[in-house]
Write a protein that binds this ligand. Structure first.
Ligand code: FE2
Length: 493
């Protein structure tokens, strides 16, 4: 057997100490799940489905999967090299469980399965059909091919168990459909967790830190591996979800900035946590103020301005964090302070703003919900927000961090609608990876020169030149997509 490499997706070896207890719990639950998986496979192989032992085994896999999902908010079983991963934590192999592991590993591999993704709401019946299909599946001429199995599972009405082939190369993630899916799931999961967190606090429930950690962890993983897809999702925003998507966006931008200034993965986890929780104090602000559709009165503004310190108090109430999230508290307290210490809360003594606070302030400054939510005229275009942040020193952002944000977003951020010198209209898909070409992003053409709409699937690099060395396309100006009936979020990722 060749020396197995630790697979690239979601490597766990260098995980932060803070994550270790959570890893331990996944390992324990993951092992139970795997044993239940194995027992159900075996008993289904030996006995008819009505048999008591089969029924008990199905109960057991259903229960262990459900409790794992409840604790983790996700359940993924992944095969990589000689190992099995549950929610990207590698299950440890020992003499007692060797047979179980290798049986499950071999079965999945024979069927050409790289990952089993179990979604919320999976039925006991689906487990039974899925496992029976695994047993019945015989790849033609020994070559695993998932499509036959997919078909039979679909016929059996399985909708909550998704199978994926092993990735060709664990690293080759880039811009594929799968990469987008994974990013989207990480994003949606984080929005759901934030919603649950803030909604729960409003109803007097103590928030669980475990789920937040998992959400932050997946965001950091995605920023490190698949940043373009994840950043693309930040332009998709529903009005109702705004406070939740804003928290997730600030988390994503903070981690991306942190990555650019060379923070370690451990620091990125802490930073992501600070980003996601920076407005946690808003859970203590009355909803009628937060959701107000008319400009706030001075007194109401005052109440909103208490959210940084209210956040510190709210963070003391986080359950199961293991340690007090001091860095998130500091970032919550300081994220509206400017570099000259104006802003709010008012500072009495001179202080040194923490690096995390300055990063979160920049991320928060870019993802500007007040501009969009209080109906104060036309929403500000993303490129204008960036320019203002860079040029208006009174806003009090750290210039190096603003630069890092511009590096990430390009001069024309993702989702900006632009008119090209070819008379085509395009939506910015991502910054040019060549930092010398920040003015020439990667775009999707959405309207042709003749005025026809495209499906926006083709990506065009505005830095590409023709035979004579001239740029094929250049941006003439930034425009409002809505003027052309273009919904930017349709094309953002
Ligand atoms: Fe805030």
């Amino acid at each position: 057997m060749t020396e197995p490499k630790v697979p690239a997706p979601k490597p766990r070896k260098s995980l932060a100490l803070a994550m270790e207890s959570s890893e331990g719990s996944i390992r324990e639950h993951g092992r139970d799940f795997l044993i239940a998986f194995y027992s159900a496979l075996r008993s289904l192989k030996l006995y008819p489905v009505e048999n008591d032992q089969v029924q008990r085994a199905l109960d057991s896999i259903f229960d262990t999967a459900r409790s794992l999902y409840e604790v983790e908010g996700a359940l993924e079983l992944r095969v990589s090299h000689e190992f099995l991963y549950v929610n990207s934590v590698r299950l440890r192999l020992n003499l007692n469980n060797y047979a179980t592991f290798s049986h499950v590993l071999t079965t999945l591999r024979q069927c050409g399965i790289g990952m089993v993704d179990v979604e919320e709401g999976v039925q006991r019946r689906e487990w039974q059909i899925f496992l029976s299909q695994l047993l019945a599946y015989a790849p033609s001429d020994g070559v695993p091919d998932l499509s036959g199995l997919w078909q039979r599972m679909a016929q059996g009405g399985i909708t909550h168990i998704l199978l994926k082939p092993p990735p060709e190369h664990d690293e080759a993630f880039g811009d594929s459909e799968e990469a987008k899916d994974v990013a989207k799931r990480a994003y949606e999961r984080s929005v759901a967790v934030t919603k649950e967190l803030i909604g729960g606090v409003r109803m007097g429930r103590t928030a669980s830190a475990k789920k937040i950690k998992r959400a932050v962890q997946s965001i950091v993983d995605q920023v490190l591996r698949n940043e373009v897809s994840l950043v693309g999702l930040t332009v998709v925003r529903g009005y109702d979800e705004q406070i939740f998507t804003h928290s997730v966006n600030v988390c994503i931008f903070s981690v991306s900035i942190g990555k650019r200034i060379g923070l370690t993965k451990l620091q990125l986890y802490d930073l992501g946590m600070a980003g996601l929780l920076h407005d946690f104090g808003k859970s203590r602000i009355p909803l009628e103020i937060l959701n107000s559709e008319v400009p706030l009165t001075e007194e109401q503004e005052e109440v909103v301005r208490t959210h940084p310190w209210q956040g510190v108090l709210a963070l003391f109430g986080l359950r199961g964090h293991g340690e007090i999230p001091y860095r998130a508290m500091v970032a919550s307290y300081e994220h509206h302070m400017k570099t000259d210490l104006s802003g709010f809360p008012k500072t009495i003594e001179p202080r040194q703003l923490s690096m995390f606070s300055k990063i979160v302030a920049v991320a928060n400054g870019y993802d500007t919900p007040p501009v969009r939510s209080f109906g104060k005229g036309v929403p500000v275009r993303p490129d204008e927000v960036l320019r203002e942040m860079r040029e208006n020193k009174d806003l009090g952002y750290d210039p190096i961090l603003v630069k890092a944000l511009i590096n990430l977003l390009g001069v024309y951020p993702v989702g900006t609608c632009v008119i090209l010198d070819t008379y085509e209209i395009a939506v910015v898909h991502g910054a040019n990876p060549d930092l010398a070409q920040l003015h020439r992003p990667i775009v999707r053409i959405v309207v042709t020169a003749e005025g026809g709409r495209t499906d926006g699937s083709a990506l065009v690099d505005l830095a590409s030149v023709d035979e004579t060395g001239n740029y094929r396309r250049s941006i003439i100006k930034v425009t409002e997509g809505l003027d052309y009936g273009i919904n930017m979020s349709d094309y953002s990722v």
